[in-house]
Write a protein that binds this ligand. Structure first.
Ligand code: GCU
Length: 418
């Protein structure tokens, strides 16, 4: 996947002194230099323009749902996880054809809560069966990247793959705190390799969605799938669809941000270690760069993005503007100390520069100019932490997200105590 020349010659910069000077596009200034001073003007004119710029220059289009999309509930088990959870498995079919492209959604709901529950939603990297050892989860039969420790052989999961990524999905903790969890395998939408688009929805749904494969990238296709899960959640009476927090780690964190930018039904947004093309500022030369991501993962973005490989200053947007599109919804940005590739400081600064838009709504952001110390989360409507350890999503991360959700989705605690 990686061209040998790039792999050999690319030397990431990890010296703050060598980041260089850059000037970010103003999030509240129109192309003609006019200042946006009210949330109304932001919503009416500025927000749609920024969103359109991200579609044109970075991620590509974000279509609506297909006309014939429908859901099949495959199983409901209210005795899952030792009786703590109800496990639902739902297939979303995108067309009415017998061989319709589809995605398999796994939903866990906490049995101790009787009211509709708030839900965390996020795609997974290795199939729904990888998030828990629960034998009731259908084993994914899709293509996936080979992985020896995860027992993915010949690009297929095996029984030994169950729970392979359980450390990234603290299901019991999430349920115990009164939340549901919905997930699906990102490869159901598009296999993550340069040729993946040929078998993914960018090809199989091009007629239904009247869009050509090159008009969007893999990140946009994954993001689109997140919105389709939301479509299902809106029909599930056990879910409080007004309190759905979208989450994602790394490349899936980039997809989560793009989904939430387009789809404001997601009431809370969480990006974990999403780095370049996610929360990190593109203009900072630190860790992964725009050129490098386009070279290693050319299928993630639209081809126009590559035009900025060597002149990122010409990019009409930067990632703080993507974060500004989340306003006024609560936004959590998480980094890790040993994940310098993702540029933690660039992630913090991006969140910082999104603040003026939150201020238009009277919402406080990070409330500090300084990057906080390790494991000292800061901020109100925009919250940020950097934890110890590597590029990963850990229990520590989830505990912060849960506390953030408790604060903003207030009635949760009340419901559990009843
Ligand atoms: C690579 C890539 C990152 C991405 C990460 C991941 O490291 O360069 O941009 O976020 O993979 O998805 O884990």
């Amino acid at each position: 996947m990686l061209s040998i020349a790039t792999a050999q010659t690319f030397q990431p910069n990890y010296e703050e002194a060598n980041v260089g000077n850059y000037r970010l596009p103003e999030v509240l200034q129109t192309d003609k230099g006019k200042k946006i001073t009210t949330s109304r003007k932001w919503e009416k004119s500025m927000r749609p323009k920024i969103l359109a710029k991200f579609a044109e220059h970075v991620y590509g289009k974000f279509p609506g749902r297909t006309k014939d999309m429908h859901f099949t509930i495959n199983s409901v088990d209210s005795t899952a996880l030792g009786g703590k959870a109800t496990r639902k498995q739902v297939t979303i079919f995108f067309t009415k054809a017998a061989d319709s492209p589809s995605m398999d959604v796994l939903l866990y709901l906490p049995n101790q809560v009787k009211e509709p529950v708030p839900v965390f939603i996020g795609l997974n990297f290795y199939g729904n069966h990888s998030i828990q050892t629960d034998p009731g989860i259908q084993l994914s039969e899709r293509w996936m990247n080979n992985n020896e420790p995860y027992k993915v052989v010949n690009n297929r999961a095996t029984e030994g793959s169950r729970g392979a990524q359980a450390s990234r999905w603290p299901v019991e903790e999430i349920l115990a705190r009164g939340y549901g969890l919905a997930t699906a395998y990102y490869g159901d939408l598009e296999p993550d390799h340069t040729e993946g688009w040929k078998t993914g929805i960018r090809t199989t749904l091009q007629e239904e969605l009247t869009i050509k494969p090159e008009e969007w990238g893999a990140i946009s296709a994954w993001a689109w799938g997140l919105s389709r899960i939301m479509d299902y959640l809106e029909t599930d009476k056990q879910v409080n669809a007004k309190q759905v927090a979208i989450t994602g780690h790394s490349r899936i964190g980039k997809a989560a941000l793009w989904a939430a930018a387009n789809d404001q039904r997601f009431a809370m947004v969480i990006s974990n270690d999403s780095g370049e093309g996610g929360t990190a500022l593109a203009r900072r030369n630190y860790g992964e760069t725009l050129e490098r991501i386009n070279t290693s993962f050319p299928h993630w973005f639209v081809s126009k993005y590559k035009e900025y490989n060597t002149n990122v200053d010409q990019l009409p947007v930067d990632q703080h503007m993507l974060l500004a599109l989340m306003a006024p919804r609560p936004l959590y940005v998480a980094s890790a100390e040993d994940d310098q590739w993702a540029d933690p400081r660039g992630e913090f600064l991006s969140a910082k520069h999104a603040e003026p838009v939150y201020e238009l709504y009277g919402k406080k952001g990070l409330g500090t100019e300084q990057m906080p110390a390790i494991e000292q989360p800061v901020g109100e409507y925009i919250r940020y932490h950097i934890r110890t350890g590597k590029h990963d999503i850990t229990l520590y991360d989830w505990q912060q997200f849960l506390t953030f959700a408790d604060k903003h989705f207030k009635q949760v605690a009340k419901a559990i105590n009843q």
